[in-house]
Design a protein around this ligand. Structure first.
Ligand code: PEP
Length: 261
């Protein structure tokens, strides 16, 4: 039985003080909520925050002793060396990250990241001991052209093709339709379920059904307290990757509540 995993992607937001305050209010809110605490204690629920690089170490301190996990939003594919401005996966591990988000649509579409680069980063991150949240998703134009499934299959093949089945043990997939990210327009529960079921089927083609059945597939794209319950109750939706609503504990905690409802 797959549990639920809800992670907050803070993107390029907060400053040192507000990031620490956000982490603290999340930890306090979780402590005060019996259902979320029980979910986390039993392993039926996981949660994580992914702050910007400069605040990772401080947030690591703020969540210490809680069940909140720490993730980064990107890493580089090379080992430490002459790569000015980049951050190695081993550095993230060193300061307390267990996770890294890779292939976010903002990196694919605003920074021009390719599937080949995402694959190299994924391999490097896992070699450094990090679990990867791999983001996939189609643009509005691709959906309108009925290319959603072919885009998802291409992104899966591009990032994971040829890798051993063990790769899935330290991997979470986030289905994030680009048209739903930060727009206030979420995928309908049926659209999310359809895409998640396709992703699972495609993973089974590469890695076998048993491995695919174990995979956590998060939904991301304008997930809020209002729509979380219905979306997260879809059979192939195993949690969420949350942007905007992760910046306020009062908005993030109800999503965790929906995940354990
Ligand atoms: C995201 O950044 O991964 C995301 C899903 O953002 P939002 O929840 O704001 O749509």
């Amino acid at each position: 039985m797959r549990g639920k995993f809800v992670a907050g992607n803070w993107k390029m937001n907060t400053d040192h003080a507000s990031g620490l305050a956000l982490a603290k209010s999340l930890v306090d809110g979780i402590r005060a909520d019996a259902a979320i605490s029980a979910g986390l204690a039993s392993g039926k629920l996981r949660t994580a925050v992914c702050p910007p690089f400069p605040y990772l170490a401080a947030v690591a301190g703020a969540i210490q002793g809680s069940k909140v996990e720490l993730g980064a939003q990107n890493c580089y594919m090379e080992k430490p060396g002459a790569f000015t401005g980049e951050v190695a996966a081993s550095m993230l591990k060193d300061i307390g990250c267990g996770l890294v988000v890779l292939g976010h649509s903002e990196r694919r579409h605003k920074m021009g990241e390719t599937d080949a680069q995402i694959k190299a980063k994924l391999v490097a991150a896992q070699a450094a001991g990090l679990e990867v949240i791999l983001c996939l998703g189609e643009t509005l134009a691709e959906r309108q052209a009925e290319k959603t499934f072919s885009v998802l299959a291409e992104q899966i093949a591009g990032a994971l093709g040829g890798l051993p089945v063990e790769t899935l043990a330290k991997l979470v997939i986030a289905y994030e339709p680009v048209w739903a990210i930060g727009t206030g327009v979420n995928a309908s529960p049926a659209q999310a379920q359809e895409a998640h079921a396709f992703i699972r089927k495609d993973l089974a083609k590469h890695f076998g059904q048993a491995a695919a059945d174990k995979m956590i597939i998060q939904y991301g794209g304008s997930l809020t307290a209002d729509n979380a319950r219905e979306i997260l109750s879809q059979p192939d939706v195993d949690g969420g990757l949350v942007g905007g609503a992760s910046l306020d504990a009062k908005k993030f905690l109800p999503i965790l509540q929906a995940a354990v409802a």
